[in-house]
Design a protein around this ligand. Structure first.
Ligand SMILES: [Zn+2]
Length: 221
């Protein structure tokens, strides 16, 4: 599965995707929902990173309250050197429409084409491929500012050499990892209860989490 389809599956499972079309969501809203639903517990927010300066290994737990807020502007207006561009923040649907396996530069250009609504130079319409590099950079910066949660970066300080840098945080990876951990724990619970009581897997899965834990605490040490 691609990260986009994993994210969709997880938000459909929590019912978040039910009320509105997930494709229309700004990317930052998806990232926030995944962190809220799947990474509320601190074990789901733990990560290991290597310091880029001295290669020391840092064990971190990111703070969900320190993450950027959601969409601040639905429409983005950029005016640079007689270029006037109107754009919008990328949506989940924009990401899903991107080809898999393409290079970052190609993906960036395709995303720009999808998100630029109108572009003109001294009043005349221009295509996105006609925009000079510094105008493209200005548009991309404005898109980042409009939806800060779409590209989350965690500031870090190395405890060994005091180097500071920021590390990108991918909520899809963290949420998926939390799902895998929960699935493994559930499988262990099934094993213990099946062994103790002779129940079938389906019967154990139909127990509420509360009752499952009651029986587990009766069995386990
Ligand atoms: Zn270091």
């Amino acid at each position: 599965m691609t990260p986009t389809s994993r994210a969709r599956l997880m938000l459909e499972a929590t019912g978040d995707a039910g009320e509105t079309d997930l494709s229309a969501w700004p990317v930052g809203r998806r990232e926030e929902a995944l962190l809220q639903r799947y990474c509320a517990q601190s074990w789901a927010r733990e990560a290991v990173v290597d310091c880029p300066a001295c290669a020391a290994t840092l064990e971190i737990t990111f703070d969900p309250t320190s993450l950027p807020a959601g969409l601040t502007a639905a429409t983005i207006n950029v005016e640079v050197d007689d270029y006037v561009v109107t754009a919008r923040a990328p949506t989940v649907g924009d990401l899903a429409a991107l080809p898999t396996g393409a290079e970052a530069e190609v993906l960036g250009r395709l995303l720009l084409e999808q998100c630029v609504v109108t572009a003109s130079y001294r009043g005349d319409r221009v295509t996105t491929s006609d925009l000079p590099g510094h105008v493209v950079t200005a548009i991309e910066d404005a898109m980042d500012d409009a939806d800060p949660a779409a590209d989350i970066r965690v500031p870090l300080t190395c405890h060994e050499c005091r180097a500071t840098w920021s590390e990108p945080l991918d909520p899809v990876v963290f949420a998926w990892s939390a799902v895998e951990t929960a699935a493994r724990r559930l499988a262990t619970d099934v094993h213990v209860l099946a062994h103790a009581y002779g129940w079938a897997e389906q019967e154990i899965l139909e127990l509420s989490p509360f009752r499952r834990h009651l029986y587990l605490s009766a069995v386990g040490p």
